[in-house]
Ligand binder design. Structure first.
Ligand code: DGJ
Length: 660
């Protein structure tokens, strides 16, 4: 519920209250975010408890410094010296701004964000309009509420109503000021080593969680949590933060000597500068905040519900996902129609429902040095084309999926030879290569059209049931030929271009199941999930390492969002041998797949796999959407799933993880 009481704005979910007020100077002062409180308690909240700063706003009538006040929208230049949400280079080169309350609206629906994915089916929305009267800039602060999940989402729109072109150097989506300090939990990693949980008590200085690589990245996932010393899995206070965005993100937790904390999140201001002409606007992505008094499990349950019902592509929200066999670790690039048909037959025998042909089926692709961009079938490998193979797989009784990497081209490709100017690069010869491939300039409408048309060409036959959309390098030599002198718009415009393609293709093919992938978890975020309902979270398929990776994704993301594969032993990434039961136990918490050469698997193991798949299919919805909990004691980690009367609990010996 959203209420305006005098100069107070109160936002309530089932168990939380968020409130701020319009001050006598016309600014927004934040008052409170936490467990639900009464109206009486709200009016007892204080905005001016501690006074240390000496730069006061209108000293005669208002002898307070913004440095000491919990600001709802922090801006630079008028005394608030903490992290600001906005930075503008005004037409005279100055950067001071002063945003004051103008008016508000309460909507009984939730608006969509222009050009960006966002949550849907919110209860209602509060829009606060702030104006910088001197420069004539307008800001729209949007607050949406999701009662049952105790989630509030926030987004910001900047509108240049002046007659000058200005530069926007920073526009974050959310900030919240607190009168206390917290422990921060963030998730860092790299290839095949995603989502390492790190906890840091921030009681002095600033802690930053960010990506600068062009995608949301495995280096630091955009999800993070705040908690107190006594917060445990099932008790205590904690807060979760995330962003519906797939590009460079930024979150910071900064503290003062008075033990106050400011948390901010949004697009990373790193290499970011947007020219905004008169009457143009800029929309910052949607930030998610969630509060729980029931420990980390309480937070995860709320976020799982929110993501399953309000973020994940609606066509797939709540829908069961198939058990698949992926050809990558079975055959890598060495695939052929015959091998895939044999694999599919074995898969059918054990009850698997879909065969996914991974990399290697197009152009002259026999390793990772060539052919991205040449999206035509390699006739030596697939003499009957995609359609011929798809028909054979369907005749066996399986669905059929393919791998693509549409945002990239290999330098050794016909495509690159024809369109060297369609990639992002500064100098062809000195380019810092990544997996022998370059990133296409998605800011260019012709490039977007080419990507969409290529996909349309593949999917138009109606024979492809699933697409794994990979993305295997990070940005370097960033230069969009399309944007000319406005290069600091490239990172964000790339993502806007990507979203346009994803929206168009998923709308045209609502029944195709798309799975996101960024060499594993290098682009695991809520923006991707808004279009592609599931993501391959890591190239590391070793059950022991994978336990950690999945465990840590589960803090902020529901099981239905990640896919897990049972693979061969010794494991291809770690060399470890784990028994088949453990491999299944780990992989079954979420969307189950297999990724091994079933032709080489012994009869006894095939029988075990058949039983695993049978069990999984019997309780599929439970495995993908059951209520998940983590627990831990001296000896074991536990994963628990519950749904009505059905329960499943697996315990994992702690020592194995500590010594790995
Ligand atoms: C990286 C992915 O994460 C793998 O699963 C596989 O699809 C390879 N790319 C193929 O090149």
């Amino acid at each position: 519920m959203i209420k305006k009481i005098d100069n107070y704005f109160v936002i309530e979910t089932n168990n939380t209250t968020y409130c701020f007020m319009v001050s006598e100077t016309g600014h927004l002062f934040h008052l409170y975010y936490g467990k639900k409180i009464s109206e009486k308690e709200i009016f007892e909240l204080k905005w001016n408890t501690k006074q240390t700063g000496n730069t006061v706003y209108y000293s005669k009538d208002f002898p307070y410094s913004f440095e000491d006040i919990k600001m709802e929208f922090g801006f630079p230049g008028k005394g608030d010296i903490r992290e600001s949400l906005i930075e503008v280079t005004n037409s005279d080169g100055s950067f001071t701004v002063d945003f004051k309350y103008d008016h508000y609206e309460i909507l009984d629906y939730k608006k969509e964000l222009e050009g960006l994915p966002s949550s849907y089916d919110g209860n209602n929305e509060l829009v606060i309009y702030l104006r910088d009267y001197k420069h004539n800039y307008l800001l729209e602060l949007n607050y949406s509420i999701f009662d049952e999940d105790d989630v509030i989402t926030k987004s910001v729109k900047f509108i240049n109503e002046s007659t000058n072109t200005i530069k926007l150097n920073k526009l974050l989506s959310n900030s919240i000021d607190f009168d206390e300090n917290f422990t921060v939990t963030s998730f860092v990693g790299n290839w095949a080593n995603e989502m390492n949980k790190v906890t840091t008590k921030v009681s002095g200085g600033k802690y930053v969680i960010e990506s600068t690589i062009g995608s949301s990245s495995s280096r630091a996932n955009s999800f993070f949590m705040l908690s107190k010393d006594d917060t445990l899995e099932n008790s205590g206070k904690c807060l979760g933060f995330n962003l519906v965005y797939s590009g460079n993100h930024y979150g910071s937790i900064s503290t003062t000597a008075l033990n106050t904390t400011r948390v901010v999140q949004g697009i990373n201001p790193y290499m970011f500068e947007f020219e905004i002409e008169p009457n143009e606007s800029f929309v910052a992505p949607e930030a998610i905040v969630c509060y729980s008094e029931d420990g980390f499990n309480g937070l995860s349950k709320r976020l799982h519900g929110f993501i399953n019902n309000h973020i994940v592509n609606k066509n797939y929200a709540g829908k069961d996902r198939p058990v698949l066999l992926n050809s990558w670790e079975a055959n890598y690039f060495d695939i052929s129609e015959d091998k895939l048909v044999q694999l599919a037959k074995k898969a059918k025998e054990v009850g698997i429902e879909m065969l996914v042909m991974d990399d290697g089926w197009f152009g002259n692709r026999n390793d990772d040095t060539s052919s991205l961009g040449d999206w035509y079938v390699n006739k030596d490998k697939l003499p009957n084309g995609l359609e011929g193979l798809a028909n054979k797989i369907h005749d066996i009784g399986l669905k059929f999926g393919i791998w693509v990497e549409m945002e990239m081209v290999s330098v050794d490709s016909e495509f690159y030879r024809n369109h060297p100017d369609w990639v992002m690069s500064i100098d062809e010869d000195t380019h810092s290569e990544g997996r022998n491939q370059r990133i296409l300039d998605l800011c260019n409408p012709m490039v977007r059209k080419y990507i969409y048309d290529s996909l349309d060409n593949m999917l138009g036959s109606g024979l492809i049931d699933y697409v794994k959309w990979d993305y295997n390098r990070i940005f370097s030599d960033v230069y969009s030929p399309t944007l000319k002198t406005r290069q600091k718009e490239t990172f964000h415009r790339y993502i806007l271009g990507l979203y346009r393609i994803m929206k168009k293709v998923t709308s045209k093919y609502p029944n195709v199941l798309f799975e996101g992938c960024g060499a594993g978890g290098n682009r695991f975020d809520l923006g991707i999930l808004s279009y592609f309902p599931q993501i391959w979270g890591s190239d590391n398929t070793d059950a022991i390492t994978r336990f950690d990776i999945q465990n840590n994704y589960s803090y902020g993301y529901p099981l239905s969002c990640f896919t897990n594969h049972v693979s061969a032993v010794p494991n291809h990434q770690t060399g470890r041998t784990t028994n088949l039961t453990t491999r299944f136990n780990v992989a079954s918490f979420g969307n189950l797949g297999y990724e091994l050469d079933l032709i080489k698997v012994s009869g006894q193991e095939l029988e075990e796999i058949r039983k695993q798949v049978e069990l999984y299919k019997q309780h599929r919805h439970f495995f993908q959407y059951g209520t998940f909990e983590r627990e831990v004691d001296d000896k074991y980690y536990y994963w628990k799933l519950k749904d009505g009367n059905i329960q499943r609990s697996c315990r994992f010996v702690k020592k194995i993880f500590e010594n790995r």
